[in-house]
Design a protein. Structure first.
Length: 303
């Protein structure tokens, strides 16, 4: 219950887009897989549903798969809060492998937490081949904080903050609270590295899994979108793979300043050199962008 409140607070915002679908028989398009954010679902007509329609309208003939985690929209929404992320990722890997439309490869676009979940798919499941990964406001280095808190429920936020600060790395919380699985506490770096079931694994904190390095570099592009007025994600640097410097909670560092990059534990430095990393920004708050911005910035990567 409280977890659900937290998650809605953090990631319940939904982008608004207008759409006017046109159909065409001309194909030769690259299929697209979407993974929604927390508090959202595959098929919400105001968010993923609208985005799917908009893209189908702009790229006639494209196959767009908006992932449903579970057997219904309700399950899908609940799983975004409570289902072990590693299990979610393996479920998605199976689903993608069984989809005949994706055999020739696909592009992927993840919203908010869907951004880091799809990166895990790229690192763990190279078949079918993900071509371009777009992380829209994704928390690639996790989150540390709960900045947004409506006045009336500030006591709930205080409680949740405390729970995550004290218990995010306990086995029980790790297994059952999605957000804890990408909770990145710079003041408890050793605990994070040791017990984070999801993020520390995909970010090579416990060791270097060469498979992850190899698979991620198979991407043609890795596009990261940061929202310049994001009041939901803390720190916002995480949307470009930066984070707080270890051992304190004020100063941040960029991806390029990080150990992950300097030791090139994940292949990101190599990808940067090969011009595969793309850093984009949008003026708005979390997941807020205009149709014009989408057309100019993201559409070129989907064609
Ligand atoms: C053409 O578009 C349709 C409808 O979206 C899709 O199901 C099909 O797989 C596409 N065919 C090719 C060859 O891309
Ligand atoms: C590295 O990642 C691959 C792909 O997920 C996995 O099969 C393998 O067990 C991992 N190796 C280690 C040492 O964790």
């Amino acid at each position: 219950m409280t977890a659900a409140v937290l998650c809605f607070l953090l990631f319940g915002l939904v982008p608004l887009v207008a759409s006017s679908p046109v159909r065409d028989t001309d194909n030769g398009t690259v299929p697209l897989v979407l993974w929604h954010g927390m508090g959202d679902s595959c098929c919400n007509p105001l968010s993923m549903g609208a985005i799917k329609k908009m893209i189908e309208g702009k790229i006639p003939g494209i196959y767009v798969l908006s992932l449903m985690i579970g057997k219904s929209v309700i399950e899908d929404t609940e799983n975004g809060f409570f289902m072990d992320v590693n299990e979610q990722v393996s479920m998605v890997c199976k689903q993608l492998a069984q989809d005949p439309q994706l055999k020739g490869g696909y592009n992927a676009m993840g919203f908010s937490q869907g951004g880091q979940f799809l990166r895990a798919v790229a690192q763990r499941c190279p078949t079918p081949q993900m071509k371009t990964l777009i992380s829209v406001g994704g928390q690639q280095q996790g989150v540390y904080g709960l900045p947004k808190c409506p006045g009336e429920s500030s006591h709930i936020c205080d409680w949740i903050r405390k729970a995550l600060n004290n218990g995010a790395y306990s086995d029980l919380v790790q297994k059952h609270l999605v957000q804890a699985q990408y909770w990145h506490d710079p003041l408890q770096d050793d605990l994070y590295k040791k017990y984070s079931l999801f993020l520390a694994d995909i970010n090579q904190e416990r060791g270097v899994n060469e498979t992850y390095r190899t698979n991620l570099q198979l991407l043609e592009k890795f596009v990261m979108v940061k929202f310049l007025k994001d009041t939901v994600v803390d720190p916002v640097d995480t949307e470009w793979f930066g984070f707080l410097k270890t051992g304190q909670s004020k100063e941040t560092e960029t991806l390029q300043d990080s150990v992950l990059y300097k030791e090139d534990r994940l292949g990101l430095a190599a990808m940067d050199k090969a011009k595969k990393l793309v850093f984009l920004s949008s003026e708005g708050d979390h997941l807020q962008f205009t149709g014009k911005w989408f057309d100019e910035n993201l559409l070129p990567y989907l064609r």
